[in-house]
Write a protein that binds this ligand. Structure first.
Ligand code: HGA
Length: 610
């Protein structure tokens, strides 16, 4: 995914920008570039395909020294990876911009600007924005106003940083749907798409909000909101040690990673959805083409990722009406398959190095699938390199062996993918908008569940001395129950089995007695009444029930039924929200039992062997 860095300072900014780009490399990119305005107020630019190191070499041969500059790592959405398509883009010789995101109406604007005589040298949507700002600059004679006027014409998601050689003492930045942060220095200021890029130069940050536009000078930061009101954004200090390699205030990495979920779910959706729509091209330049004729989806994964795939099957069949099969990679790779025509092969892996999943992908590429899509958390991993299309989750490094934030970000990415696929298969704009709005609510809803931590911890005591447990769910909550059971097994070593609730009386009910806690997830969907009957079956056998339920599902606490009420959520996004209390439950049981939460016995984080 693209990265932005910018700086205005007394000192030369070239080194600051390069180091910023290096720190954004983890996000994955295909080219890099930089534009710097030097003392004589002329603007110079360097762009290279490939690694930031190639850009650094180019710059060391031809330095771009100066006190104001912007830089970019590009992950192409409009136009192939090439030097001409790399950012910064320019309008004339004196204005340069870098852009993260997608301009949905770029074709219409490009046609309009062409008739006015603007010449395009790239295939990108970004160059359209450069010329639009260039045109408005001619009229307004002021960069801030030119950016302000121009963004009223843009549809889509964007974070922009713009400089003009006639105004060599400031940069203008804005955000709408893609993240942007201002780094506050002393006598110098910075901007970036991710605060990690700026940690060598500052630890004080202001996070811009949607619709904000800011004027950044070395000794002044002025921000206006969408309505043109001057606003102050709080400065927060980056706590060194709260990065991924450190547990910070948390007792275990797993707990830290559970608590990171609101932020990383937001990061996974950012730049990929507007208020009401999925930005299909954010899934890659070839996404529309590849998804157009998909008639079947084959999902392959292992462990937690397999559960994410199982949830996705409900979504894909429900929203896109496309048949979907899900199989664990270690089974898939050792059997013969009947491949339906136009099948999309979809691999899910946190690390991108899972041996069985990779082997299945390599087989599939020879077997005649339409294309291979990877959902992965590690840029540059084998899975990412070998797939035709990639949707990166933005979970950040996951240290705890038991996967938590990787799972919920995989689900977020899978839901966005499903909506893109569904659009090619007749999903109405209204339904898409309804679900995109539900996705926007997820970070807040997950935070609400995290606020129940103390209650869940109290509940966990009931599991401490048990040897077995059952997890039940129906519909898309069945894989959530499977994931809950897997978490409990992995870190507390309690035997946990998950069943679709309707299967109970076909066998597992025989196991139920007072020593067998039964955990159930019950959002308020049309299966809840059936689920309630299943709960009665358990209670009648003396089983103790632990129910995570939507308030509206109206499950009453009684003798033997412990109910934890969760926020009301959209049925489609419910699996993401309902996973979180089960993560916390397993975590607290494991802590009470004194097991090694982050490195459970016999398990490895990245399963790179068969
Ligand atoms: N649309 C722009 C920027 C792409 C981007 O933000 N990727 O994450 C381009 O294709 O250059």
């Amino acid at each position: 995914m693209c990265g932005i860095v910018g700086a205005v300072s007394e000192r030369d900014v070239q080194g600051i920008l390069l180091e910023g780009l290096r720190r954004l490399e983890y996000r994955g990119y295909d080219s890099a570039g930089m534009a710097v305005i030097n003392g004589e107020s002329s603007l110079r630019r360097a762009r290279e395909v490939g690694k930031v190191a190639a850009l650094a070499d180019a710059i060391s041969a031809n330095p771009l020294s100066g006190h104001l500059g912007i830089a970019h790592t590009r992950w192409a959405t409009h136009g192939e990876p090439s030097q001409l398509n790399a950012h910064p883009h320019m309008s004339g010789e004196r204005l340069a911009i870098v852009h993260n995101g997608i301009i949905e109406n770029y074709q219409e604007l490009r046609d309009e600007l062409k008739t006015e005589g603007y010449v395009f040298t790239s295939q990108t949507d970004t160059e359209v924005v450069a010329h639009l700002i260039g045109k408005n600059y001619q009229q307004e004679g002021n960069l801030y106003n030119a950016v302000k006027t121009s963004i009223t014409r843009l549809r889509g998601a964007f974070a922009l940083a713009v400089v003009h050689a006639d105004e060599p003492d400031h940069l203008v930045v804005c955000r709408e749907g893609s993240p942007l942060v201002v780094g506050v220095g002393i006598g110098e200021n910075f901007i970036a798409s991710d605060q990690l890029a700026l940690l060598p130069v500052t630890d004080r940050f202001m996070f811009l909000e949607e619709g904000d536009i800011a004027d950044i000078r070395k000794d002044q930061i002025k921000i206006h909101d969408r309505d043109g009101q001057a606003v102050e954004r709080t400065i927060t200090r980056f706590e060194h040690g709260s990065d991924s390699a450190d547990k910070g205030e948390y007792r275990h990495f797993m707990l830290k990673e559970i608590y990171e979920q609101p932020r990383v779910i937001k990061a996974t959706m950012e730049g990929r959805i507007t208020e009401t729509r999925v930005l299909e091209q954010a899934l890659g330049t070839s996404a529309a083409n590849l998804l157009e004729n998909v008639r079947h989806v084959q999902i392959i994964a292992c462990g937690t990722s397999y559960h994410a795939g199982m949830v996705a099957r409900y979504w894909i069949e429900d929203l896109a009406g496309v048949p979907c099969s899900v199989e664990v990679a270690s089974e898939f790779r050792y059997r013969k398959h009947v491949i339906q025509p136009d099948t999309l092969f979809l691999c899910i892996s946190q690390s991108g190095e899972t041996a069985d999943t990779l082997a299945a992908l390599r087989q599939a590429k020879k077997a005649g699938f339409r294309a291979a899509l990877a959902i992965c958390n590690v840029p540059g991993s084998s899975l990412v390199r070998e797939s035709d299309l990639v949707i990166m989750t933005q979970a950040g490094p996951e240290i705890g062996v038991a996967s938590t934030k990787a799972f919920t970000t995989q689900l977020t990415a899978l839901l966005i993918f499903t909506l893109a696929l569904a659009r090619h298969n007749g999903l109405s704009e209204q339904k898409e908008a309804e679900i995109v709005q539900a996705i926007h609510l997820l970070p807040g809803q997950v935070s609400d569940v995290l606020a129940l931590d103390a209650e869940i911890e109290a509940m966990s005591k009931a599991f401490m001395d048990k040897n077995h447990s059952l997890f039940l769910g129906r519909g898309s909550q069945y894989p959530v129950a499977m994931e809950g059971a897997l978490k409990l097994k992995e870190i507390s070593y309690i035997h946990a089995e998950a069943y679709p609730a309707g299967e109970l009386k076909h066998g597992p009910l025989a196991l139920v007695d007072s020593e067998m806690p039964v955990v159930t997830v019950a959002p308020n969907n049309d299966l809840v009444e059936k689920l309630k009957s299943n709960l009665e079956e358990v209670r009648a056998r003396g089983g103790e029930l632990f129910v995570f339920a939507d308030r509206a599902a109206d499950v009453k606490p009684e003798e033997g039924i412990h109910v934890m009420q969760l926020p009301s959520v959209h049925e489609i996004t419910a699996p993401i929200v309902y996973t979180v209390p089960l993560q916390l439950l397993s975590y607290h049981v494991a802590v009470l039992k004194g097991t090694d939460v982050d490195q459970p016995r016999n398990l490895a984080k990245s399963v790179t062997v068969e």
